[in-house]
Ligand binder design. Structure first.
Ligand code: SF4
Length: 200
């Protein structure tokens, strides 16, 4: 069979992923909410909520693959909006820790509700396609993390509790040692509060 002319398949995939990223970002702008949050401000609120405790500004910069001036501006704006507050780090009096106010936690709850446009599009996938896409996505994220192209995220593939292909059941072959239960590709986590980094 003759080759189909045009860009190589890898480029086609990357263009497709960029289009998906664009859709997610556009939905984030549309979901600015009552505090008129930019996507970066929303990411900071969601990150602090996810961590569950105050963290330093540098950790936000690293986790969101941003720059100190950009995050600093967003943090200042979030403090003005009274969604975020700073407290002294008990371990280092010169350092500040950033955490959410009560209003910030409420806003994080609103942000956790996914856009109907995006969830509607995902629901068009068959169960098998959904599982394959989640598995492929986590594989790509891990490869990019290994190449230091993106920050480490708290996902199963980098978790010390993850035991891949531990069970004969093809629907639930993996094992989470944290909850001591089998699970399948469709339940792979990309962001898990119980994640602990694997060593080696
Ligand atoms: S603790 Fe979370 S990230 Fe780790 S294997 Fe279990 S579900 Fe996955």
């Amino acid at each position: 069979m003759a080759d189909v002319p045009g860009l190589p398949p890898a480029s086609q995939l990357l263009i497709g992923l960029a289009r998906l990223g664009q859709a997610v970002r556009m939905e984030a702008w549309r979901n600015a909410g009552p505090h008129n949050l930019s996507p970066l401000q929303a990411d900071i609120v969601a990150l602090l909520h996810d961590r569950g405790h105050p963290i330093r500004q540098g950790e936000i910069v690293t986790a969101l693959a941003s720059t100190p001036p950009t995050v600093s501006d967003a943090v200042k704006t979030l403090r003005k909006k009274e969604l975020l507050e700073a407290t002294r780090d008990p371990g280092d009096a010169r350092a500040l820790l950033l955490g959410l106010t009560e209003a910030g936690h409420e806003e994080a709850g609103r942000l956790a509700v996914q856009s109907e446009t995006l969830t509607g599009a995902v629901s068009a996938l068959s169960e098998d396609d959904f599982a394959a896409m989640l598995r492929s996505t986590t594989t790509l994220i891990r490869e990019l993390q290994d190449r230091r192209a993106i920050p480490i995220s708290r996902m199963c593939l980098t978790c010390r509790f993850f035991v891949p292909r531990a069970h004969p059941d093809p629907a639930r072959p993996h094992h989470c040692a944290f909850v001591d239960a089998p699970f399948g590709d469709a339940e792979l986590r990309v962001s898990c509060p119980d994640h602990e980094p694997a060593t080696g």
